[in-house]
Design a protein. Structure first.
Length: 216
């Protein structure tokens, strides 16, 4: 697909077939995900990949122990789940390396802006960068003709960490379900999906932020 077509075609899929995905295809998607930009090229992300019902069942048991009444049962059929994890310490280590030490000659307040510990960073770039890698994954899945859905862990982070062996220092930012779309589902789109996109003129603020569209 042309890139513009991939971007315009990307949608969240909540109804999957249980058909497995080829491991090589999953590897290709993750390879494209990891090519996202990152501060200092720190690449502070990891991807926990769960393939097949035996592995995905461990995730659902931890994050959705009682699926009764779950509104998207088709999501539970996704053959692959990917849990992107952000690693703050990767950025602290990266900005302590020699090529980044020039910042130490700056005033103390400026040095702290890329802090010697994660809590000192004014913007958690590990979350931003892992989110960009996750968007790469969603776009790559669309280009491959697959369905994909990003969703939050919603208060079950500790249980998911334990179930998947995620180190305490790594922060899961959510989960991406991957698989082939169920062609017989999706007739009843969620209210969120029916919301129109904001007009371009409403989201572009040339020359400074404004609250309304450019004057005619």
């Amino acid at each position: 697909m042309e890139f513009v077509d991939v971007v315009r075609a990307r949608r969240m899929t909540r109804d999957f077939l249980a058909d497995p995905l080829e491991p090589a295809l999953v590897d290709e998607l993750i390879d494209l995900a990891r090519r996202a930009p990152s501060a200092g090229n720190a690449q502070g992300w990891d991807f926990v990949v769960l393939e097949g019902p035996d592995q995905t069942a461990r995730y659902w048991a931890a994050s959705l122990p009682d699926p009764t009444g779950f509104p998207w049962p088709g999501l539970l059929r996704a053959p692959v789940l990917v849990v992107p994890c952000a690693d703050p310490d990767a950025y602290v280590r990266r900005y302590a390396e020699d090529d980044k030490r020039a910042r130490r000659a700056a005033p103390e307040d400026e040095r702290r802006s890329l802090g010697d510990e994660a809590s000192a960073w004014p913007v958690p770039y590990w979350l931003l960068d892992t989110a960009m890698a996750t968007e790469n994954l969603l776009l790559a899945a669309t280009d491959a003709g697959l369905g994909a859905c990003y969703f939050g862990i919603f208060g079950k982070e500790s249980a998911v960490r334990d179930a998947l062996g995620i180190p305490e220092g790594h922060q899961p930012i959510g989960t991406v379900a991957l698989g082939r779309r169920d062609p017989d589902a999706g007739a009843n789109a969620r209210a969120s999906a029916r919301r129109p996109r904001r007009p371009l003129a409403d989201v572009v603020h040339r020359g400074g932020f404004r609250s309304g569209p450019d004057p005619a």
